[in-house]
Design a protein around this ligand. Structure first.
Ligand SMILES: Cc1ncc(COP(=O)(O)O)c(C=O)c1O
Length: 433
């Protein structure tokens, strides 16, 4: 008899084209059908459970099927499932926007709702370009860091720099340029990179609308990390050269880096901040572009002056997603989430010391609840991360790698016992390859 897992997998492969996947891999690599989730665990149809060590693509904060978030969505469901946000509004969107303005850096005063991370990046880029145009300047170029990632739609892809995703589409991209990211977490590396930034802005700032960066951690670029001094310098320089600073906190937001937002490590306030992923606790697609009153005012005039930001998505500010986000923020308000995370991060750091004894471990880096182990000694086509991923699944841990980088970004509700299990499986996996 065919098992339920196999049956679903077969039916899936008949019709579904999966994201970020060479589908041929599934001739040998089984898909894992998930029946349910609870806390840090995902359960398949055969009684196997997996610790979700990557928070289902970095979205989940307080566990799967979190009672509080579930209840808030259920209550919202019986009240209002959706309404357009042009000409209409609803309480969850209003409440959430006020809360976001209160907790984000001081200059961010307006919330533009979108519905996923890449779309938030697109909207921020367009807003920045349009702002300068409304002020009488044509600045068609966007600047970003080498090794950056901001999503997969054409604009977002243009400001990214991971060749695996970008190269093929080079001819389709909007105008972009990259400046060197600090090579490591030292303050010296930050200074060197700031010098590059200054040199570039001196020459090209007249053409550049905005500088977009992932503050402190470049996620899809292999969890590459850098010092907050870079953010301080980048904020000063962008102000000096009349270039917007867009902090893409889609991955780093909501506590991942040890503070609510990564910008807080440098005490800076960007011109735009994009948020998604953890915004709804990992439940529903929602994103926002936060911006300043200065930007907002540049669009505020009579309709016939044609300066309005006429950008929209059907599911912008969906009430169910806003309700999930409100429940998520309530959990932060009522619990010392960041304090507990700090203890867990310290514990993870200590437990990881033994990994350095493994000869294929090059380095370990950590920022808050994100930890990455970089492996060495392999060719790219050996797909070593994939081998560790496959091993970890047999041991009940979901450890989806980034090339030869193994990383942990678990939901915050992970227990110390579950951390032990996650690390133990990673250790054995790395030792085996
Ligand atoms: C920093 C950053 N920006 C943007 C995105 C794109 O978000 P989405 O996948 O929701 O389009 C991601 C996704 O991983 C991200 O990490």
């Amino acid at each position: 008899m065919v098992s339920k897992n196999s049956e679903i997998m077969q039916r899936d492969l008949e019709v579904i084209w999966h994201p970020c996947t060479q589908m041929k891999d599934h001739e040998t690599l089984p898909l894992i059908p998930i029946r349910s989730g609870k806390g840090v665990y995902l359960y398949d149809f055969e009684g196997n459970k997996y610790i979700d060590a990557v928070s289902s693509w970095w979205v989940n904060l307080f566990g799967h099927s979190n009672e509080r978030i579930n209840n808030k969505i259920k209550a919202q469901l019986d009240t209002l499932e959706h309404v357009l946000l042009a000409g209409f509004t609803h309480e969850p969107a209003v409440e959430l926007a006020h809360k976001l303005v209160n907790i984000t850096p001081k200059d961010l005063a307006k919330v533009f709702y979108v519905d996923n991370g890449s779309s938030a990046v697109e909207a921020a880029l367009k807003m920045s370009y349009h702002y300068h145009l409304n002020k009488g300047k044509r600045k068609p170029v966007f600047l970003s860091l080498t090794n950056s990632y901001h999503g997969e739609t054409i604009g977002a892809l243009s400001v990214g720099d991971v060749s695996l995703y970008k190269e093929t589409y080079e001819q389709l991209l909007i105008q972009n340029m990259q400046v060197q990211v600090p090579i490591d977490q030292s303050i010296e590396a930050a200074q060197v990179a700031l010098n590059c930034l200054e040199n570039l802005l001196k020459e090209k700032a007249d053409d550049i609308a905005a500088f977009i960066l992932e503050p402190l951690i470049q996620g899809a670029g292999g969890m590459h990390m850098y010092h907050p001094a870079y953010l301080i310098g980048a904020r000063d320089l962008t102000k000096q050269y009349d270039v917007h600073l867009i902090a893409d906190e889609i991955m780093t937001g909501f506590g991942r880096t040890g503070k609510m937002f990564a910008c807080e490590h440098a005490n800076i306030s960007p011109d735009f901040m994009t948020l998604s992923k953890g915004l709804t606790g990992g439940y529903l697609a929602l994103s926002v572009v936060m911006t300043t009153d200065d930007v907002y005012q540049a669009f505020y005039c009579d309709y016939n002056e044609h300066k309005a930001f006429l950008h929209s998505h059907s599911y912008t500010g969906n009430p169910l997603a806003c309700a999930a986000a409100l429940a998520t923020l309530e959990i932060f308000e009522e619990n010392d989430v960041l304090g507990e995370n700090e203890k867990k991060a310290t514990y993870i750091k200590k437990e990881l010391e033994k990994f350095l004894d493994l000869q294929n471990v090059k380095s370990i880096r950590q920022q808050g609840m994100v930890t990455a182990i970089e492996l060495v000694g392999y060719e790219a086509n050996e797909r070593i991360g994939l081998k560790i991923y496959e091993y970890a699944l047999t041991q009940g841990v979901l450890l989806r790698p980034l090339g030869h980088i193994i990383y942990f970004m678990p939901p915050y509700v992970i227990s110390y016992k579950e951390i032990d299990k996650m690390l133990e499986v990673a250790y054995e996996g790395i030792k085996k390859v």
